[in-house]
Design a protein around this ligand. Structure first.
Ligand code: HEC
Length: 162
């Protein structure tokens, strides 16, 4: 009996989390149209040679903290995505688009990206998580480089003792 109750509770949580990411993604489409569309396009496929796709790339659907960091600070210099080189650069979005000063909008647009264009990430990025990452990199004034993103430090890694 206890086990059944636990099972029901667990299923309930999952269903809730998925409704959550869907609702967030729905709101995020508007944010995407305003702040990502011009470069990454309606399809999320980008433009060959200029803007990379957001479809199943390691950065778009990978580590949540890293993708939040990208959405806030952008990328400078050359980066290889799906074996193709891009060097256009992504200007710092939180400076270009005032709507991205709002943690909820950042969470929504990333949940949209991570569940659209064939992407199927299950865990929602929450506004609280965005707030944490924003605070962590508040002092940072420059865009990320590919080298930094490749070895993106795990949270707290710098302070961990060996
Ligand atoms: C002004 C054009 C521009 C805008 C606006 C823009 N990006 Fe980008 N984005 C780029 C370029 C160019 C790159 C490749 C980096 C480079 O050339 O250095 C990139 C790379 C990325 C990457 C990592 C590479 C990949 O393809 O997975 C992610 C993730 C990403 N952008 C997400 C976003 C999201 C989310 C938004 C909207 C909040 C956004 N970008 C807005 C131009 C843009």
């Amino acid at each position: 009996m206890k086990l059944i109750t636990l099972l029901i509770a667990a299923v309930g949580t999952t269903a809730f989390a998925q409704d959550d990411i869907k609702a967030s993604a729905e709101r995020g489409k508007t944010v995407y149209l305003q702040s990502c569309l011009a470069c990454h396009q309606l399809t999320g496929l980008g433009i060959p040679g200029a803007f990379p796709p957001l479809v199943k790339t390691e950065y778009a659907i990978g580590d949540a903290r890293r993708v939040v960091a990208i959405a806030l600070k952008g990328i400078a210099g050359a980066i290889t995505i799906d074996g193709k080189l891009y060097a256009t650069g992504m200007p710092q979005p939180d400076l270009t688009f005032p709507i991205l000063k709002d943690d909820k909008n950042v969470a929504d647009v990333l949940n949209y990206v991570r569940t659209s264009f064939g992407n199927d990430v299950k865990e929602a990025i929450t506004p609280a998580f965005v707030a944490e990452v924003r605070k962590e990199f508040a002092e940072r004034k420059t865009q990320w480089t590919e080298a930094e993103l490749k070895s993106f430090p795990a949270k707290g890694a710098a302070t961990e003792t060996k």
